[in-house]
Ligand binder design. Structure first.
Ligand code: COA
Length: 162
């Protein structure tokens, strides 16, 4: 049975490994292995993840199959209190297509009852995730980009009204 719960400090290493593996697979045709390593070592460092998990303004959810962490999602409210920003959503490969990504999304939305919309950024070549978000009712509303260790990450901004 798949269960959903808030992440705790003890989960940090497993979450870091899940994120690195998911990035390696998801972005294999988009970024080089060196670029993925470089981005992941900064964005998914033990220190940063531990800080985010213990930050009361961030909701950090994990999905588990018994003791195994098989998915994660984290998000927080915008400063003006209107928008839930989903910052990460990952389900490990063997468990994709079983409704876990949509459950993580609906559960995190349920934790922000005052949000009137939900927003996220998705890498422009990540067609599979874009298709998933469109299926959930998200629409492309703009473009943005991040830069990490000199690597440019072009993204679509996607939004869904709640
Ligand atoms: C994107 C991701 C989170 C989706 O999670 P998932 O558990 O595989 O998705 P679900 O099984 O909940 O799918 C929900 C619905 O979206 C649909 N869907 C999934 N991928 C799709 C795609 N590429 N195109 C169209 N629809 C898609 C499913 O068919 C399902 O529809 P249904 O309810 O009618 O059957 C997961 O595939 C993943 O972790 N990918 C790698 C990491 C990633 O890209 N994360 C997003 C970064 S922004």
């Amino acid at each position: 049975m798949i269960t959903f719960q808030k992440a705790g400090s003890k989960d940090v290493r497993k979450i870091r490994n899940l994120l690195y593996q998911s990035w390696t697979r998801t972005y294999a045709n988009i970024f080089s292995p060196e670029e993925i390593k470089s981005i992941s070592s900064n964005w998914h460092s033990i220190e940063l993840l531990a800080k985010q998990i213990n930050d009361p303004s961030i909701s950090f959810l994990i999905a588990k199959d018994k003791d195994k962490i098989i998915g994660m999602c984290n998000g927080s409210m915008s400063k003006d209190g209107s928008t839930l920003n989903i910052e990460r959503l990952h389900v490990i490969n063997d468990y994709q297509g079983k409704g876990i990504g949509s459950k993580l999304t609906s559960k995190i939305i349920g934790m922000f009852s005052k949000a009137v919309k939900v927003e996220l950024e998705v890498e422009k070549n990540n067609q599979s995730a874009i298709g998933f978000y469109q299926k959930l009712g998200f629409k492309k509303v703009g473009n943005t980009s991040f830069e990490e260790s000199g690597i440019k990450i072009p993204c679509f901004v996607m939004q869904k009204e709640l």
